[in-house]
Design a protein around this ligand. Sequence first.
Ligand code: ZN
Length: 605
Amino acid sequence: MPTSGPSPVRYSINPVNPEAHLFEVTCTVADPDLSGQVFRLPAWIPGSYMIREFARNIVTLHATSAHKPVAIEKLDKHTWRAAPLPEGEALTLTYVVYAWDLSVRAAHLDATHGFFNGTSVFLAVDGRTDRPCLVELQPPRKELLKTWRVATTLPRAVEQTDAAAPMGFGLYRADNYDELVDHPVEMGTFDHVSFEAGGILHEIAITGRHDCDTERLCKDLSRICSWQIELFGRPAPVQRYLFLAMIVGDGYGGLEHRSSTALLASRADLPYRGMNGESDGYKNFLGLCSHEYFHTWNVKRIKPAAFTPYDLANENYTRLLWAFEGFTSYYDDLALVRSGVIAIEDYLALLGKTISGVLRTSGRLKQSVAESSFDAWIKYYRQDENAPNAIVSYYAKGAMIALALDLQLRKASAGRVSLDDVMRLLWQRHGLTGKGVPEGGLFALVHEVGERGAVGSGRRIGRWLREAVEGTDDLPLKKLLKPFGITWQAEPSAKRPTLGIKLAGGNGEAKLANVFDDGPAQRAGLSAGDVLIAIDGLKVSSGSLDAAIARRAAGEQIRIHAFRRDELMEFDVTLEAAPADTVKLSPLKRPSPTTGALRKGWLGA
Ligand code: ZN
């Protein structure tokens, strides 16, 4: 630690009561604000755009100075102020945090492991957030848990070099509060493996019961990570990188951090020894790892200007999530094929799935990806039964916009420039400099890259991008894919007429999760939440509904009995032909030399 400069803010965190899911945290300020020190816990975590009010998990909190109590008052839902102290007296807050959220966004503690994001456990010290932070990770007290280790990319504090065993408990440091809360911490008996990619050490810590073929996982991830590092150019922006994977029976999620990621994945999605090829689940898992890793550049360093700096107390509005989440969603699967981990046919199947997902929701015709980005806080992250009718995913449609942009740049320039050049320019202008991307910044950048490939095409493509981002028209992907020797076939998802509904999963009841706008069920008056009990007088369940519909034809009328709450109702529904919303993409077997060259430039050999 430097001996001069302002004194660091000191934290300690102790998994004090795993059975009750309680961490005990202390925060000590050597020179608190003389007018009364204010402390604040974030209301949201960067990467997950929703107000979560983590302060609701603080169970008790008190303040002391030289072991004497100090009065503390609450100013709002997540802000506290301690009574003023005489100059030179240090202030310590001690508080207990309830940690029982098994997600990548918060904190979780039981006798099997502990996990936390700093945003859930470390109070920010008002006016002192630029100061260095020291954090003492304390081991659990129980003898049974003495085998626990620590996985995090928080650096060890220099003053404890002798005790700084790899993965040991003890003192860690961060340059400021922003950095402190951007390194999640796992503690427990995780499995640990590592690999090298792009000249840096990559580690994977796997928590939870699993039978993962870690050798296979390391081999595949190493190719994906190397490819991404080469895309943006060496050196990699981090000195080491950590995948923190929590494995459960059924789960999916990931959250990006500056040099690590927290992942939640299903046991069955991991590769196992002797597995042939890649299961769909494994491709999904690799796509998730690839996605979070790509964020190391795109959103953790290339950021919307609206995020520089983050305001963790309030919503941070930007219309650009289509570029940060959508482009990342495009590159996550693309990295799998470009690095040679999956075949071109597998990639096209993944792409077809993304496209079909967008085409199945009429929300795409009502909301642009710019609007979806801006309203992420109240819409995308808070989806209800009407979401498919009202919302477009800035992930999936953003990925389609990235695809369309990539194809246009490649075609117009005969392969001289591509979206890769846009990403590299973003990295040089905004990633390396830390200068946020202004709200309209992407359009000018794309214009510039387009001009570099072929004079005159930049303006057209830049304008196209603005219209795609701000409008709700379907993208001309079928036409754009043709010069790359990819055929587009759209067909209904199943050979039966449709009711225009989606069922909720569950116990066998045919309960409606969604009723799609202008579909047969909505026209007849059925609503989300209704439970269908009979079709034409015969009992129906979630398992038998499809078979019952498959025996009818489009245009036929059926009588449905359903419960709305506890009231029995009858509906006459006229079935319709299912829409051709399932897209299958296939590569032409014998493309022309021009087509073959374009495709090779895009997808690799
Ligand atoms: Zn993401």
